[in-house]
Design a protein around this ligand. Structure first.
Ligand SMILES: NC(=O)c1ccc[n+]([C@@H]2O[C@H](COP(=O)([O-])OP(=O)(O)OC[C@H]3O[C@@H](n4cnc5c(N)ncnc54)[C@H](O)[C@@H]3O)[C@@H](O)[C@H]2O)c1
Ligand SMILES: O=P(O)(O)OC[C@H](O)CO
Length: 424
């Protein structure tokens, strides 16, 4: 066993033996061991990458890729008070949100409810002024007043200075280039919690892999996903999401930043499954919108959603995610929200396509992550040797290679079989 392998084994043993939060003394000893282990990791052992530091465009197994990823950062220091599962209302920190769109605003509101000092990085000076002076985001969700502890800046350096958490709320496809252009303004030891739900079409990577390649260094990453319409978060309607990080303490930190009486954040270590659940539901929601646009009933929609879950599960497992994740919030939960909820832009896109609008015109009006993601889904299905007829039909209609009626007919005339789809 080489040195790195020994360190990984020791890390796994330590993670398995982490004491419960209510035992601060044992926890303190555990943190000391963990930090000592971190200092033994040689700097050149971070990640399994090529000479340029980039991961392969499509890792054979994303889970294996992620398991090989080590962040150089030490775990967060234990709190001096006894740690607890409830949000720590006495510990007010700076949280930076990248993106002044609907979800950036909702995430800012969420963190602000816990009293944190939230700074939104936005592009537009008028939007910056509006948030700082009128306490309203003039471009998105402008019917909601923002509290005083949310401010905005167009200066990314200022936005990031002294921040304890970066919440990334920019559309998926622009993210890697944006990160590459701004990497010197982003401290490498602060966790980036990505809320984007898409697969990166240019390299056909999971967004997390594309983010690390763009940053050209290790960086703690977490992924937030689940059924969460921005407008309902703004209202304070009870919602629940899941945050995944390879090292659980990053997800747990995000959980404490964002959880409150109107938001329950669950944690997970399935970074592949949580990313895939959030991304893959989007092309399926476009399909659900087509069903709505065709005027079909609830029988059709329920059958579609159920069979879509089956495909979601197959693709997630084939790509290295966990089956259980797809039964959860970033899977069935988000699929139900976006297939049945008319606030979904992906669903709306499907309905508008059926009504005869051009895709390029629809994309000028709103962010629809499912469009580029559909192409990557089909690529993954091909690479994994999976049939996945719903994903393929959705992608074909989105790309104008099939009409919605043809998709309906193709799906209904397939060979009959057993209900449970086989995994590989
Ligand atoms: N809206 C929701 O309910 C929701 C919920 C969960 C997750 N998400 C995910 O969050 C991500 C963002 O979605 P959204 O709803 O906020 O989209 P949006 O279209 O409302 O906002 C996108 C924002 O990104 C900004 N932007 C674009 N290019 C930029 C650049 N180069 N530099 C700086 N800012 C730039 C835009 O100005 C805009 O403010 C998506 O991946 C989406 O799937 C959205
Ligand atoms: O509006 P959509 O279709 O991008 O969906 C928003 C979120 O992903 C819902 O969880």
């Amino acid at each position: 066993m080489d040195q790195i392998e020994k360190l990984r084994t020791r890390a796994a043993e330590l993670l398995a033996s982490k004491p419960i939060d209510s035992n601060p003394e044992a926890l303190s000893t555990w943190w000391a061991d963990w930090c000592a282990l971190g200092s033994m990791i040689p700097p050149n052992s971070i990640g399994e990458r090529d000479a340029k530091g980039s991961p392969a465009p499509l890792p054979d197994s994303p889970a294996a890729h992620w398991k090989g990823w080590w962040s150089a950062t030490a775990p967060p220091a234990p709190s001096s008070s006894s740690p607890s599962n409830s949000p720590d209302s006495t510990n007010k920190l700076k949280v930076t949100v990248w993106g002044g769109g609907a979800f950036g605003t909702a995430m800012a509101r969420c963190a602000s409810r816990n009293g944190h000092n939230v700074v939104m990085y936005v592009r537009d000076p008028e939007q910056e002024r509006s948030i700082n002076e009128d306490h309203v985001n003039n471009k998105y969700l402008s019917n909601f007043t923002l509290p005083d502890n949310i401010t905005a800046t167009i200066d990314l350096k200022e936005a990031n200075a002294g921040s304890s958490l970066f919440i990334h709320a920019l559309p998926c496809q622009l993210t890697p280039k944006w990160l590459a252009a701004n990497r010197t303004l982003i401290p490498g030891d602060v966790c980036i919690c990505s809320t984007a739900k898409g697969l990166y079409v240019e390299t056909r990577q999971l967004l997390g892999d594309a983010m690390l390649a763009a940053l050209e260094r290790p960086q703690p990453l977490a992924f937030l996903s689940g059924p969460s319409f921005a407008a309902e978060i703004m209202k304070g309607d009870p919602s629940a999401v899941v945050v995944a990080s390879l090292k659980l303490y990053h997800a747990t930190a995000v959980q404490k930043f964002l959880s409150n009486n109107s938001m329950r954040v669950y944690v997970s270590q399935d970074v592949v499954g949580v990313q895939l659940g959030g991304a893959l539901k989007n092309p399926l929601a476009i399909g659900a919108g087509m069903i709505e646009g065709l005027g079909l009933g609830i029988n059709t929609m329920s059958a579609f959603v159920t069979r879509s879950c089956n495909e979601l599960r197959q693709l997630c497992v084939a790509m290295g995610g966990k089956e259980n994740t797809i039964s959860g919030l970033s899977g069935v939960g988000d699929l139900m929200l976006t297939c049945f909820g008319n606030l979904s832009r992906n669903r709306t896109c499907g309905t508008r396509l059926v009504k005869g609008e051009k895709l390029e015109d629809i994309l000028k009006t709103m962010t629809v992550e499912g469009v580029p993601t559909a192409r990557v889904c089909v690529y993954y299905a091909d690479m994994c040797g999976l049939d996945l007829p719903i994903f393929r039909c959705a992608a074909a209609v989105i790309d104008g290679k099939m009409s919605p009626e043809e998709a309906r007919s193709a799906l209904m005339s397939r060979p009959l079989g057993m209900e449970k789809g086989e995994i590989c």
